[in-house]
Design a protein around this ligand. Structure first.
Ligand code: NAD
Length: 307
């Protein structure tokens, strides 16, 4: 019988869905690294979310492993190349959280443009800040989307419904999908120069690390609003802090950080900044996204294991 080890907390549909198809599950969310290395040789499949680091030593120890499944999108916690070289398949469910991340992005854009979180904090501190801050409307503004994949495209559709003008940049040819959505494709620098709002939706490839640094921030419009719900490493945190302190960037909303939770002094200063909104990497944390991810993953995993 096929044995599956789950080492992070996952939607119960994954557990029930696999059990109902006769697959033997060991559910051990939060298992220590030491225990993982001890038990992993006994399993054909390993299911993780973002917490478990599936590094070379784990893969080397997993002598019977045929498949690693990531309940979600990002594969940055898995040494995919090494797993594949050892003949282990790596599967994920990237389409499951697209709508949830896109909705959060729009919510963060509005929250940043109206300083929702700052006003709420002031009220909770006993103030009534009516008239203290002037917000920005999204209607008619230019939204620049960097990374026009699943999430970037969905954000474009939602932003279009609000009345934003959308431009996009990607490293691959996005001409067809962009024109279908009424989006103009532009070069990277042009996007930085023209956008009132910038939403970052790139995958974390080596070229995307610190894609937004001091030079790129300088090219942006004064008063730009930046939203990042992709991966923290895409923005140079120190450079962003400087740009916010200088008033170059009006507000930033970040669902992801270089360190989660933040630990460097400049990261702490950034998250404490009144014009910065931070959420703890919750893009995919909705009941609906977790259920969709679970359904997709169970189907893929069962198909693979029955081959
Ligand atoms: P996707 O693969 O469909 O799209 C990513 C796009 O980024 C691709 O079109 C790719 O060509 C482009 N890209 C890569 N490097 C680039 C670069 N240097 N410059 C410009 N474009 C570049 O992925 P997706 O499903 O749309 O997800 C996008 C991002 O959102 C990923 O980083 C993913 O990890 C992240 N994500 C975050 C959460 C969250 O909880 N906040 C949840 C799901 C996904």
């Amino acid at each position: 019988m096929v044995r599956v080890l789950i080492t992070d907390s996952v939607d119960e549909y994954i557990i029930n869905g696999l059990k109902s198809r006769g697959i033997d599950i060991d559910y051990r969310p939060g298992i220590s690294r030491e225990d993982l290395l001890k038990v992993v040789p006994g399993y054909e499949a390993l299911i993780v979310r973002g917490r478990t680091k599936v590094t070379r030593d784990v893969i080397d120890a997993a002598s019977r492993l045929r498949v690693i499944a990531r309940a979600g999108v990002g594969l940055d916690n898995i040494d995919v190349e090494y797993a594949k070289a050892r003949g282990i398949e790596v599967i994920n469910a990237p389409e499951g959280s697209t709508q949830s991340v896109a909705e959060l992005t729009i919510g963060l854009m509005i929250a940043a443009a109206r300083l929702v979180s700052l006003q709420d904090r002031l009220i909770k501190g006993g103030e009534w800040p009516k008239g203290k801050y002037m917000g920005i409307e999204l209607f008619g503004k230019t939204l620049g989307i960097i990374g026009f994949g699943r999430i970037g495209q969905r954000v474009a559709e939602l932003a279009g419904a609000i009345g934003m003008r959308v431009i996009a940049y990607d490293v691959v040819d996005i001409g067809d999908r962009a024109s279908k959505l009424g989006v103009d494709t532009v070069g990277f620098e042009e996007l930085l120069k023209r956008s009132d709002f910038i939403a970052i939706h790139v995958s974390l490839t080596p070229s995307a690390r610190h894609l937004i640094g001091e030079r790129e921030l300088q090219l942006m419009k004064d008063g730009v609003v930046i939203v990042n719900a992709s991966r923290g490493e895409v923005i140079d945190t120190k450079a962003l802090l400087k740009a916010i302190n200088d008033g170059k960037v009006a507000a930033a909303a970040l669902d992801v950080l270089e360190n989660e939770p933040p630990k460097e002094p400049w990261e702490i200063e950034l998250v404490m900044h009144p014009r910065v909104i931070v959420t703890p990497h919750i893009g995919a944390e909705t009941r609906e996204a977790q259920r969709k991810i679970a359904e997709i993953l169970v189907d893929k995993l069962v198909n693979y294991l029955q081959r």
